[in-house]
Design a protein. Sequence first.
Length: 179
Amino acid sequence: MNALKTRRRIVLVDDHTAFVDLLQFAFGGLDDMECVGTAHSVEEAEAVVAAEHPDIAMVDLMLGDDDGLELVRRLRAARPDLVIVVASAWADASTMASVAAAGGNGFAPKRGALAELLTILRSARPGTMSVASSLEAAVTPPGPPAPVRPAHRPGGAGAGADGPRAPRSRPSPSGSTSA
């Protein structure tokens, strides 16, 4: 590890002790991140974040009887510079939009691979929202449908029995169609 490079300090907030323990074990082998505290409720999380001053808080949305989304709001209000990444079993577009609106900076599915979670933890920054690559389809609106063109035209020079085939159009990033 580069002597000038500092490790990002993480607080883990989840009511599942085994999940937290496994993540702590995984972070122990990393050169760029370290777990500096854990919490299992909103109250514990606020106290640990205030005491440890982490760079990142990784929060579950379902914290027993507590609301992880409310914790995201509170942490954002208390620490505008804090990176807040949500790791949750609830990974639909509506949930991710709610996390972003509450001030979250990243979202990863709990069912995803550890490497995907680490990528989000490494890339999330204040003022942005990073979403795990396995969830991009859930948050990317579908493009406009391609215009329908006939697959062939009857007649014409050099045409087969049904005529030459017309190219299919696809929308370009600018919204116009191209052959």
